[in-house]
Design a protein around this ligand. Structure first.
Ligand code: SF4
Length: 712
């Protein structure tokens, strides 16, 4: 939807609501659309927020008259409801800009999903079996309050997703009222390494904003920014402008990554790196720029950092990357000579040295003089709320008496060898707020299902935003089932226990950003508050430090000769969207497979092991094994085995439970030292063919096999 249409539908909707209500302005907000306001055949549009990942895209939701059958006192009744038909991007939102990714569009399928939990449930079988019986809210709140009272408050652990939001603030306040430790982020997509690097090099709090739209020559390193990294819709829109939005300039993109990701496939040139060699590659880039006099801003580099780049052994570094020196020289010299060069680096796959890589990328941007400049790397704007930062989930759980889980699924996202399942089994009480019975819910004693995001009030600080922003939504449809927003459940628990807990609202958060004529109502009507000020904090580059460590891999190289890299998938992200049929039916961008994810294998390895496309293979690490169909990927880097994350749930409804294999399950339990991020790329594996073709459904298998790549 474009801005003009947005204003047309929004003004029609707002006028209708204002006319029907007639109270003072802060009551005019469409808190709920009364069913009698929905006219047959007429649509209404309401702003909302997507919680499909931490990007926090603003959305617009189309609602029309619908109906459902309900049972009341044994009688089947036909009920007229406001029904969500479609979700679009909100054109006023600087993140989504009127666009959404496929997962954002599919949120509507979560809402009407047949496997949604319809009310509280308490465990009836052994932990992990996923057997529950229905319970009332009164009974559940009383039970949970007793368990919380009985637990040592310092041993209460609240596992959450990433990001700053109304939810994260409510949880933090609830834990403060209990006297418990801060919530623990348990997420594959919290970009902890990128956050730490920005703080260590520039003193910035939050993810930097890469001004891709105004850059002329971009060097991407290890960040699949058009795939699952940071804020895919925002960067996809920026990439559109970078390529086609300027008359005289077509941006050039060179991408260095150990997988042919969506970004690599879109680039003008792909440099297939060996896994974990990103710091060495960036050291080589810095050295070439310094040697060739293209580092225009070299005097800004801290001396110690300049010395690291200058002493980098170019030949040795590029040999570690597996790249031809002459090619890298050509690429870097052209890049450095550009009027607006920009390095976008990240850790789509996390290695033990990923922090070195992202820090090195910041120093390369610094020597190019693009920090804080148009077309360069910009500071994150000030945020209305701070995001949770504690990431020691396994450590926190080792002595947990009571565990809350919201926005996280540790039983799926943590390696089997991490001991996560044992920790959940050992914990005195586990309470899950998930809207579906998922892998971690199955290990819980009590399920207190949350509303879906479209049914509740929310305020989200986007992970990446060019200006101070908060995406806001208030409910506009009745919740379908007997669920409760987590914020409400925490308030109920606090009341039951007599805790000094002050509930927060979206209004509290937005009000801290208001100035001038803008009101909270205004923010609600447009779906968020976006301030014009673009002035984030200036970079404070300290005396500087840079290390170029080699990546560590678990597993003996003779026994486990291949490097394994699970990655966030476009369709399933960290596995949370696997229960949606639309996402299962979306062809995987690498293999074009649907209803199942394969293991991506280099053709040479496949030939040596006599593995054909679709054959079943066993992928074995020192910490476990999985079986999945093989996809012989013509673009796979030699000796690297990749697999998208999403399959292999033990419990996640009828469409995802028991389907395929979970690549995270066989990882070594290793964490990046500074941030606690799971090392998704730090495990060696071996492969064996276990059977003939089975269960790999590809949308366009033939097309993909005919392509050739020059890196082998
Ligand atoms: S990028 Fe994330 S927040 Fe934005 S539409 Fe996609 S899933 Fe939703």
């Amino acid at each position: 939807m474009d801005r003009r249409n947005f204003f047309r539908v929004l003004s029609a909707t707002s006028a209708g609501i204002a006319g029907g209500c007639g109270k003072k302005s802060d009551k005019l907000i469409p808190l709920l659309v009364p069913e009698h306001d929905i006219l047959p055949g007429e649509e209404q549009w309401h702003p909302a927020a997507c919680d499909g990942c931490g990007a926090g895209c603003g959305t617009l939701v189309r609602i029309m008259e619908g109906s459902r059958t309900i049972e009341r006192s044994g009688e089947r009744l036909f009920e007229r409801i406001a029904c969500i038909k479609k979700i679009e991007g909100n054109p006023l939102d600087p993140v989504s800009g009127g666009r959404l990714c496929a997962r954002g569009q599919a949120v509507v399928q979560s809402l009407y999903h047949p496997d949604r939990l319809r009310g509280p449930m308490k465990r009836s079988g052994a932990r992990g079996k996923g057997q529950f019986v229905a319970a009332s809210w009164d009974e559940s709140i009383t039970w949970a309050a007793e368990k919380i009272r009985a637990a040592n408050p310092t041993r209460i652990v609240f596992l959450t997703g990433s990001g700053a939001s109304l939810r994260s603030l409510s949880i933090r306040r609830f834990l403060q009222a209990l006297g418990s430790p801060a919530p623990v982020v348990c997420s594959l997509a919290d970009f902890a390494v990128e956050l730490a690097a920005a703080e260590m090099v520039f003193g910035w709090k939050g993810l930097p904003v890469y001004d891709l739209a105004h850059a002329q020559h971009v060097l991407g390193v290890g960040a699949d920014f058009l795939g699952g990294w940071a804020s895919p819709v925002y960067y996809a829109r920026q990439a559109g402008h970078f390529r086609q939005g300027r008359e005289a300039v077509r941006g050039q993109l060179v991408h260095a990554e150990s997988r042919l990701s969506i970004t690599a496939a879109t680039a003008d040139q792909w440099l297939p790196l060996r896994p974990g060699s990103e710091p060495q590659f960036l050291a080589a880039v810095g050295r070439i720029l310094l040697d060739s006099g293209l580092a225009k801003n070299r005097e800004q580099l801290p001396k110690s950092v300049a010395a690291v780049f200058q002493s980098a052994d170019l030949a040795a570094m590029l040999a570690q990357c597996g790249l031809e020196a002459s090619r890298v020289h050509r690429v870097v010299e052209k890049f450095g000579a550009s009027e607006a060069p920009l390095v976008i680096a990240g850790a789509s796959v996390v290695h033990s040295n990923s922090l070195d890589a992202v820090m090195a990328s910041h120093y390369v941007n610094l020597m190019l003089g693009n920090v804080g400049r148009k077309g360069g790397v910009l500071p994150p704007p000030p945020a209305a709320i701070e995001a949770p930062e504690n990431r020691g989930a396994t450590q926190a759980l080792s002595s947990a008496e009571l565990v809350f889980i919201d926005g996280a699924n540790p039983a799926y996202t943590m390696p089997r060898a991490s001991g996560m399942l044992d920790a959940l089994a050992r914990a005195g009480t586990v309470i899950s707020f998930a809207s579906f019975l998922n892998d971690s819910g199955a290990w819980s004693d009590l399920l207190l299902p949350d509303h879906l995001a479209l049914e509740t009030e929310t305020a989200i600080v986007p992970a990446v935003s060019p200006q101070p922003a908060v995406t806001v939504a208030v409910p506009f449809i009745q919740p379908l089932y007997d669920t409760r927003a987590v914020e409400q459940t925490l308030t109920d628990l606090a009341r039951k226990m007599g805790l000094p807990y002050e509930a927060v609202t979206a209004k509290d958060i937005v009000q801290s950003m208001l100035s001038g004529e803008i009101t909270y109502d205004h923010a609600v009507r447009q779906g968020g508050l976006w301030l014009d000020s673009k002035s984030g904090p200036a970079a404070r580059v300290g005396t500087g430090a840079l290390e170029l460590r080699a990546a560590a891999f678990a597993g003996d190289a003779d026994q486990y000769p291949l490097q394994f890299q699970p990655y966030l998938s476009l369709q399933f992200h960290d596995g949370r969207a696997s229960n949606l049929p639309w996402m299962q039916e979306l062809p995987d961008p690498a293999s074009s497979s649907i209803w199942g994810l394969p293991v991506e294998i280099d053709p040479r390895i496949a030939a040596r092991l006599r593995i054909a496309n679709g054959d079943m293979v066993r992928v074995e690490s020192p910490h476990g094994s999985l079986e999945a169909p093989a996809y012989v990927h013509p673009g796979a880097v030699p000796n690297v085995v990749s697999m998208a994350i999403g399959d292999g749930h033990t419990h996640y409804g009828r469409y995802a439970s028991g389907r395929g294999a979970n690549p995270l399950s066989i990882l070594a339990p290793g964490w990046e030292k500074c941030t606690g991020a799971l090392l998704t790329g730090g495990t060696r594996v071996r492969l064996a063919r276990t059977g003939g073709p089975r269960s790999l459904i590809q949308f366009s298998a033939q097309d993909r096999q005919e392509r050739s790549f020059d890196h082998r």
